[in-house]
Design a protein around this ligand. Structure first.
Ligand code: FAD
Length: 263
């Protein structure tokens, strides 16, 4: 368990900004699911739980998710279950158990850019922006391509559109990390294919997505596109699975996701 020497609990984002400027090495606390696995000493910690970032707010055009919203809140939220075929609630529902999901936060889960993330592929399949205290607002795909810098993720903003989405994952056991996951979305004629836990971070298969988008209506060959995605992306080996197995399973998950969207 970690120890904290000095804890700050600001009530507004402008107070958060002042603290971040005063203590450049301040440690942001989410639900502490990962932080509490370490025994590190944290000189200055920042608790965001009083900054009103624990709400999911639906507007006419967007769904805004505060950084302190838990994965369980996402799983149960009516708007997120109604939009995008419930892909985001479905993706988080595979992460450990209810007690863990009731603590782990979306802000930390996105900010940390975990390779094994179940959340990132689902969010990448949507029109998602992230809001950072210092970095401002940017598309999730741009945020993921930048190196991690010291900042505070405050909000995730998803545009409400009528896209169809499918999320797929493969695990050796129910509560284990995924050994591969995939999300596919179709917005008007535009398709997007994302594969994560390769074990590298989720990435869009750009060429395979274009191939699918250019397929004439009614002639989609999901097997060929899934094969193209598995050839385009890089896969690695770790204690969960070999690169070859991941590449083979990528074809299965992507094909299944395309067919689910088409159905
Ligand atoms: C045992 C275990 C199994 C897991 N399995 C899975 C899995 O199968 N699939 C999956 O997708 N995820 C999995 N996770 C990750 C989990 O879903 C969360 O993403 C993770 O716990 C981080 O969320 P947290 O709120 O607990 O973060 P914390 O532990 O509080 O923080 C994690 C890091 O993020 C920083 N941070 C926190 N909030 C912010 C913020 N708003 N802005 C900037 N930085 C911030 C912290 O300083 C810290 O460095 C697992 C985690 C654990 C511990």
């Amino acid at each position: 368990m970690f120890t904290i020497e000095s804890l700050h609990q600001p009530q507004t984002l402008s107070e958060v900004k002042q603290l971040v400027e005063k203590y450049p090495d301040i440690t942001v606390l989410g639900g502490c699911g990962f932080l509490k696995l370490s025994s590190r000493k944290i000189p200055v910690a920042l608790d965001l739980s009083r900054c009103e970032l624990e709400k999911i707010h639906e507007t006419e055009q967007h769904i805004e998710i505060g950084a302190m919203v838990t994965l369980r809140d996402i799983e149960k939220n009516p708007a997120l279950n109604q939009w995008f075929d419930g892909a985001l609630p479905k993706a988080v529902s595979h992460i450990l158990g209810v007690q863990f999901r009731s603590c782990a936060t979306i802000g930390a889960s996105v900010y940390a850019k975990y390779g094994f993330s179940d959340i990132l592929p689902a969010l990448l399949a949507l029109d998602t922006q992230v809001e950072l205290l210092r970095g401002g607002r940017m598309p999730l795909v741009d945020f993921l391509s930048k190196p991690i810098t010291r900042d505070v993720l405050t909000r995730i903003v998803i545009t409400k559109d009528k896209r169809r989405v499918s999320y797929q994952n493969l695990r050796n056991a129910g509560a284990d990390f995924p050994l591969l996951n995939a999300a596919v979305s179709k917005h008007d004629a535009e398709w997007k294919i994302i594969v994560g836990a390769r074990p590298a971070r989720a990435e869009i298969a750009v060429q395979a997505s274009k191939l699918l988008t250019s397929s004439a209506y009614g002639t989609v060959d999901s097997g060929t596109v899934a094969m193209a995605a598995s050839m385009e992306l890089a896969f690695g080996s770790n204690n969960k699975a070999s690169a070859e197995y991941r590449q083979a399973m990528c074809q299965v998950l992507v094909k299944r996701a395309i067919e689910e969207v088409l159905a």
